[in-house]
Design a protein around this ligand. Structure first.
Ligand SMILES: Cc1cc2nc3c(=O)[nH]c(=O)nc-3n(C[C@H](O)[C@H](O)[C@H](O)COP(=O)(O)O)c2cc1C
Length: 188
């Protein structure tokens, strides 16, 4: 399987990158191909709400010429995608939120029987690291991602939460197993 991973942490070699490394390592061990895209250094703009995309039938058709159209091309060409972010104020980081908003251009005819998506059936999962615990802390990102998957008609493989992440050198041992569970769930 071809898997695209999108890392949305500003901290190089931070908790999110470390844990994503483990998930990617498992995928590669099982002979899947993995391409990582680090979102934060890219040029990513806010959705302009121009709805130019709605006029385009055979491609996403976003009018903004930043790095997102190319990134979406890679996601469309892949079999599966992982979106990895630290939890920031009960949400994903800013660049990933902008990417989620821009996913509007991947869908047509929302709310009607003609609802269709350029990523229909694609396997998607979300990886979230946070300093606090699961539950109320992470419920907003879990719910948003599940609704986004429904909107995208994607194959929702879940949000995997890694709590109690403060420093990369002190990550709980159990996180290694959960990072592999994510890989398993994505490709099983
Ligand atoms: C601006 C900011 C907001 C944060 N908000 C939360 C939060 O709402 N809940 C939480 O549990 N941790 C929060 N954290 C902690 C990070 O999510 C956590 O330490 C994460 O693992 C950092 O990942 P990184 O090392 O990849 O940057 C926040 C950290 C920062 C810098």
């Amino acid at each position: 399987m071809n898997v695209v991973t999108i890392l949305a942490s500003p901290r190089p070699d931070g908790n999110t990158e470390r844990i994503l490394d483990w998930t990617e390592r498992a995928l590669r061990e099982w002979k899947h191909s993995v391409e990582r895209i680090h979102l934060n250094p890219l040029n990513v703009r806010d959705c302009a709400a121009c709805l130019a995309c709605a006029e385009s039938t055979d491609e996403p058709g976003c009018a903004l010429q930043d790095d997102i159209p190319h990134l979406f091309e890679k996601v469309i060409a892949a079999d599966a995608a992982i979106f990895a972010s630290p939890l920031y104020m009960w949400g994903v980081t800013g660049p990933l939120k902008m990417l989620y908003d821009r996913a509007l251009c991947l869908v047509r005819n929302w709310g009607s029987p003609e609802h269709r998506s350029f990523v229909e059936g694609k396997r998607i999962a979300q990886l979230i690291t946070c300093a606090g615990g699961e539950g109320e802390n992470t419920e907003p990102v879990t719910t948003t991602f599940s609704r986004l998957a429904y909107f995208l008609k994607a194959d929702h493989r879940g949000t995997f939460v890694f709590p109690n992440c403060t420093e990369p050198a002190q990550l709980p041992n159990t996180h290694g197993n959960v990072s592999r569970d994510l890989a398993t769930r994505l490709v099983e």
